[in-house]
Ligand binder design. Structure first.
Ligand SMILES: *[C@@H]1O[C@H](CO)[C@@H](O)[C@H](O)[C@H]1NC(C)=O
Ligand SMILES: *[C@@H]1O[C@H](CO)[C@@H](O)[C@H](O)[C@H]1NC(C)=O
Ligand SMILES: *[C@@H]1O[C@H](CO)[C@@H](O)[C@H](O)[C@H]1NC(C)=O
Ligand SMILES: *[C@@H]1O[C@H](CO)[C@@H](O)[C@H](O)[C@H]1NC(C)=O
Length: 460
């Protein structure tokens, strides 16, 4: 995801900086005031995975082992997380969404940022691997700008090299079931690496296969042609724009659709940006990622935290690297990819492995309506059954959490009370969702017909 709107974080930090100047203390930039990493918050391991030994380009990773595994580690599922953008770092996901430690403001002024443990972390019972993808994003290294992927095939090739290299580092990982997950623009990456892996596996001896067990996409951009056409009706029927604005927005959408159909990729991507800008202007919202928010998600906190030298050292990153939450260079490299669909990859994958599409309900960019619009056009023999399947009410500890629909290998979850960054907004519910989906229990289980929704979860 890209940040939109004003940057509230820097504004809030201004008083601290001014104060130190006033007292004639050495002028420390707010960046150096970040506390170093407490040992308990360190990843189990982190560092680099080479994607091309000739050029030295490498993907940065941070791995967190399961906190309370319920099986032998060598059989414990491993989740891989990919951030969107294109060009945003998975450290955003790690430090303000689903990782075990989240960065936040401290109450005391002298200590503006602090790590807080996240009880909704996705590594409660699974291993969790964050990859900064593609090269050039986050702490990942692109030796030359030319090497940064410009299409999903190149993205997948690099990811495959990184994942196999990670598994080879430790033979005990060989048989762990791997679930590839991600959000937003990872609605492209997740199908791409899944598709590439299934094809590679088919050509490889059993001993070299990657144990892919499923893919999950949160608020994804997967089939842009259909998705770009849904903003106007969605906003109109949500009461956020009037009929005249709806017509104007539809015109802009139609332009994006026309350019996409003409395969004029650069202009089509620009036209989509205009649709979203227009929607932002019309609604006046703080962010399209969540229409209930009064200010944007605080992704800048992550940037500030990761600019600290001690933090970089602790993660195994060269101190001279400059961290950005989202890389414009990577975003530009993939500009012509934005409007290209990977729906065919999802259609392929759902026949080979399980697929979860989940959406935070408050998202106006890649939300429920946007996702359902392309899902129902899937060329897959199971889609009719899926569409005829009853959508179940999902509760956690007796409270409404969302809705689940599942037929065969395809599941869809609507997460209530959440925007684009589902784990940020609904930490515990997102954890319950991913755990139940992976373990095929409760609403994802074989007895999905029964009402198990009020079952008390001891862990919560
Ligand atoms: C590594 O990079 C070199 C130089 O760009 C390229 O020729 C080669 O094909 C790349 N190797 C792989 C495995 O992608
Ligand atoms: C793409 O669309 C723009 C705007 O309509 C047009 O000026 C340009 O010639 C088109 N490019 C191609 C390659 O068709
Ligand atoms: C960090 O990067 C700089 C600049 O590329 C380099 O000179 C230095 O040797 C690197 N340090 C380490 C510890 O790798
Ligand atoms: C569902 O995925 C499994 C692998 O998990 C695969 O063996 C099966 O063929 C798929 N089912 C259908 C109906 O495509």
């Amino acid at each position: 995801m890209k940040s939109t709107g004003p940057d509230p974080v820097n504004l809030l930090l201004l008083p601290f900086i001014c104060l130190s100047v006033f007292h004639h203390l050495p002028v420390v930039s707010s960046k150096t005031e970040v506390p170093s990493f407490p040992d308990e918050a360190l990843p189990t391991k982190s560092g680099y995975l080479t994607v091309n030994s000739t050029t030295g380009s490498a993907i940065f990773y941070a791995f967190y082992e399961a906190q309370e595994p319920i099986s032998q580690l060598s059989r414990t599922p491993l989740l891989i997380w990919l951030q969107g953008g294109p060009g945003c770092s998975s450290m955003v996901g790690n430090f303000i969404e689903l990782g075990p430690w989240r960065v936040n403001f401290h109450k005391a002024k002298s200590d503006p940022l602090v790590l807080e443990s996240n009880s909704g972390s996705w590594n409660r019972i699974f291993g969790l691997l964050f990859l900064d993808n593609p090269i050039g994003a986050g702490f990942s290294i692109a030796s030359t700008p030319e090497e940064i992927p410009r299409d999903q095939h190149s993205v997948a090739k690099h990811l495959y090299a990184a994942i196999t290299s990670f598994i080879e580092q430790d033979p005990s990982f060989k048989f762990r079931p791997i679930y590839i997950t991600g959000e937003s623009y990872a609605g492209k990456y997740v199908p791409a690496i899944g598709y590439y892996t299934v094809q590679k596996n088919a050509q490889s001896p059993v001993s070299e296969r990657v144990n892919l067990a499923g893919v999950a996409i949160g608020n994804g951009l997967t089939d842009p042609l259909i998705q770009v056409g849904t903003h106007a009706v969605n906003a109109y029927f949500s009461g956020l724009i009037d009929e005249m604005q709806k017509s104007e927005l539809e015109k802009a959408q139609w332009e994006a659709v026309k350019l996409t159909k003409a395969r004029n990729w650069t202009e089509a991507a620009n036209a989509r940006t205009r649709v979203l800008d227009l929607l932002g202007e019309m609604t006046g919202l703080a962010t399209l990622y969540d229409f209930t928010r009064k200010e944007p998600y605080k992704t800048e906190l992550v940037t500030q935290f990761l600019q600290n030298k001690e933090v970089k050292r602790a993660l195994g990153v060269n101190e001279t690297l400059v961290f950005e939450d989202c890389s414009e260079i990577v975003g530009d490299a993939l500009h012509e990819d934005v409007m290209k669909s990977v729906k065919y990859m999802v259609e392929f994958l759902v026949k080979k492995t399980k697929v979860l599409l989940y959406q935070g309900h408050f998202d106006l960019r890649d939300g429920v309506v946007s996702t359902e619009a392309w899902m129902k056009t899937m060329k897959w023999e199971g889609i009719h059954e899926f569409l005829m399947t009853e959508r179940k009410v999902w509760k956690e500890n007796g409270l409404l959490a969302g809705y689940v629909r599942k037929a065969g290998n395809l599941s869809q979850v609507v997460v209530l009370g959440a925007g684009h960054l589902v784990p940020t907004d609904q930490a515990l519910n997102s954890q319950a969702m991913i755990e139940d989906w992976v373990l095929e229990r409760r609403l994802f289980g074989p007895q999905q017909g029964e009402d198990l929704s009020s079952e008390f979860r001891g862990c919560l």
